[in-house]
Write a protein that binds this ligand. Structure first.
Ligand code: M6R
Length: 364
């Protein structure tokens, strides 16, 4: 059942190039994003001047990337909420707001409640869901299915990647319909997305490097992840994955925020995973890496090929394929998943069924 892999998690990590291709290809028609196969026609996207994304856990982290990308490409303001907070904060939902919920299982109770709340307020709901026929897909007005196939491991991996791929397609579609990007730009972006999906295959080859880094972390009790922009969202996902299965205490920080208090926790036995894939933020990240390094932190740098960073600033460097900045989360997450996976394996933990957790959270 595990297809020759030791754990479902590793099998599912390795399925990512395929499920990305399965999810993206049917939705790029003649070089442009299209959701007609999901029963959503082009006019649908014209009506919104605000978007609210609601989800939990890993799906929330995919939503955070989605927020950044939709805002960048289409200039439509997006809010991204934790579903269990959204329900109780009496969110302002103006007319022409599209509520997007993201869920692998389609059964997460708080996310389902967000759909119900939005519908009660008369707003259109769009669900991005992996499990066909699940409660959220039945109750939302529209569903875009991710084609990750069954995800068995409690730690979500391939579901995140395909959620991201749909976020990119939605952002491109909105940018195209609202005219904030030219058709030529959209065509280039669609091509970029397909290339990013293919590049995920290359990242799997970094498995041994991730294992080596996990071995360096064999004795640690605390770990930080930090990054800026999309790398901050990615850090949150890397940190969640790590704590969920390796039980190492981790925190993810927006790199520029560390010095406002948290840097007090940095010490020689507290390493930092510096996620640094965004070219336009490189000089700022270098400053932040210097800050933690001068407090004694060992730095694992996750960056992309061609980024010029003084080797004195890190203990180990992992190079991702050099894609356009906006697509880096698609390849970056794989290394973070592998790092978490090997950290759990080295500790001889139950990778697929971590303590205290269930695959879907159907309670409040
Ligand atoms: O099924 P959902 O996507 O709605 O689940 C949301 C979270 O419970 C889920 O992503 C959780 O955080 C994962 N175990 C993380 O790996």
């Amino acid at each position: 059942k595990k297809g020759g892999f030791d754990h479902f998690m590793l099998k599912e990590i390795f399925e990512q190039p395929q499920v990305l291709s399965d999810t993206i290809h049917p939705r790029i028609i003649d070089g442009f994003p299209s959701f007609t196969q999901d029963g959503i026609n082009d006019n649908f996207w014209l009506h919104f001047n605000r978007i609210s994304i609601v989800a939990c856990g890993t799906a929330l982290h995919a939503g955070m990337v989605g927020k950044a990308i939709i805002e960048k490409l289409s200039h439509i303001p997006v809010e991204c909420d934790i579903a269990s907070e959204f329900r109780y904060r009496n969110p302002i939902m103006t007319k022409n707001t599209l509520v997007i919920v993201i869920s692998q299982s389609g059964e997460t109770l708080d996310t389902l409640a967000a759909v119900r709340l939005a519908k009660l307020r008369g707003l259109p709901t769009l669900a991005i869901v992996n499990v066909p026929g699940s409660s959220i897909s039945r109750e939302a007005d529209y569903t875009i299915y991710t084609y990750a196939g069954p995800e068995i491991s409690v730690a979500s991996t391939k579901a995140y990647s395909v959620q991201l791929s749909i976020m990119y397609l939605v952002a491109m579609k909105l940018a195209m319909t609202t005219g904030t990007r030219s058709f030529e730009e959209i065509r280039t972006l669609s091509k970029g997305l397909l290339e990013a999906a293919e590049a995920s295959q290359q990242v799997l080859k970094l498995k041994e490097e991730a294992k080596f880094c996990a071995q360096q972390f064999a004795k640690i009790k605390d770990l930080f992840f930090f990054g800026r922009g999309l790398d901050y969202s990615l850090s949150l996902e890397g940190s969640l994955k790590m704590k969920e299965i390796s039980y190492i205490h981790c925190e993810a920080y927006a790199a520029g925020e560390m010095k406002h208090g948290t840097i007090a926790l940095i010490a020689p036995d507290v390493p930092v995973v510096a996620v640094c894939t965004q070219e336009f933020l490189l000089s700022k990240m270098i400053g932040n890496i210097k800050e933690v390094q001068s407090r004694g932190a060992n730095v694992l740098l996750i960056t992309k090929e061609g980024m010029e960073i003084d080797p004195e600033l890190y203990n180990h460097r992992i190079d991702l394929p050099a894609l356009d900045d906006i697509f880096m989360p698609l390849v970056g997450v794989i290394v973070l998943q592998l790092l978490a996976y090997y950290s759990a394996v080295i500790r001889d933990l139950d990778v697929d069924k971590p303590r205290n957790l269930a695959k879907s959270v159907t309670v409040e």
